[in-house]
Write a protein that binds this ligand. Structure first.
Ligand code: ZN
Length: 292
């Protein structure tokens, strides 16, 4: 039995996202943004789709509209799909772990960095990256960080067509988003919150006065974002906390369905961190260096 949706109905939020993404990718911008809320915009966009398809114009994803959508590539999934992926232990963690500082420096290159005093520092954790530790690269960022357009993120709020990451994982990022597209999961991206960011791990204790040049290989508390090997999505619904990311995969903003493919191509999910590290459900980082 198909999962149906309507304005004011008892809707499955992830399915509303999926329907909104379908309407947007059919070039019906009246759908607005993907927000899991079947409101007036979604209703109007549904009517436009119904007119295009010659089915009764009800504004709801009813059985006739669902059948028409399936002929245009909308997947017919059942609630079993979600119930088979339920609970805070789904999905299980991968065989590899979050990268050690030695491993990421070895793979991505050691860089010199400093920390400005608190006044001029843009936020608590922001660092200034200089050259490579061996002096071969005068500007480590220019030599290693690339900007790509991950088109699969085009309907995610706050995505501006620029995804900045380490050049060595460009292929892995494209592979990952390609897999997510093939799986029909692009509706899960509500917001994009960045990849390469030069900073320490959030909430690291840092000196008010800042510090002079240090080697990234000598400091374990830098974020993987500083190496350009991590990215964040759906931050609002997956904050860094002591408790695991929301377990319900049908819930607005859940990223759990994305995790198996991420693991398959070598990305570790922050929701799989072990205590006492805070869980970080918005966060994916490249970790399986055997795949590079
Ligand atoms: Zn992150």
């Amino acid at each position: 039995m198909a999962i149906l949706l309507s304005r004011g109905g008892n809707n499955v939020p992830a399915e509303v996202q999926r329907w909104q993404h379908f309407l947007l990718s059919r070039n019906i911008p009246q759908a607005g943004s993907i927000d899991a809320d079947f409101g007036l915009n979604t209703q109007n966009a549904t009517k436009i789709f119904q007119l295009e398809m010659g089915v009764p114009v009800t504004g709801a994803l009813d059985a006739a509209t669902h059948a028409a959508a399936v002929t245009r590539g909308y997947r017919d999934i059942s609630m079993d799909f979600y119930s088979a992926r339920a609970g805070k232990h789904w999905p299980p963690p991968p065989s590899f772990n979050t990268p050690s500082n030695a491993a990421r420096n070895s793979a991505f290159g050691c860089f010199m960095f400093s920390l400005q005093p608190e006044g001029p520092r843009p936020d608590h954790e922001t660092i200034v990256i200089g050259g490579s530790c061996d002096g071969a690269q005068r500007d480590w960022v220019a030599a290693n960080i690339v900007t790509i357009d991950v088109t699969q993120l085009k309907f995610a709020a706050e995505y501006r067509g620029r995804f900045r990451c380490h050049r060595l994982i460009e292929r892995k990022v494209k592979d990952l988003f390609g897999r997510w597209e093939a799986e029909g999961l692009l509706h899960l991206f509500l917001t994009y919150a960045g990849a390469y960011v030069s900073r320490y791990v959030r909430d690291t204790q840092l000196p008010k006065a800042g510090h002079g040049p240090k080697k990234s290989s000598a400091v374990t508390s830098l974020s993987n974002h500083a190496f350009g090997s991590a990215f964040d999505i759906n931050a609002t619904w997956n904050p860094r906390t002591k408790t695991p990311a929301p377990p319900d995969v049908t819930q607005r903003g859940s990223v759990r369905l994305l995790v198996p493919s991420a693991n398959a191509v070598g990305f570790f999910w922050g929701g799989h961190y072990q205590a006492p590290t805070k869980f970080d459900g918005m966060h994916f980082e490249f970790a399986d260096f055997s795949q590079l």
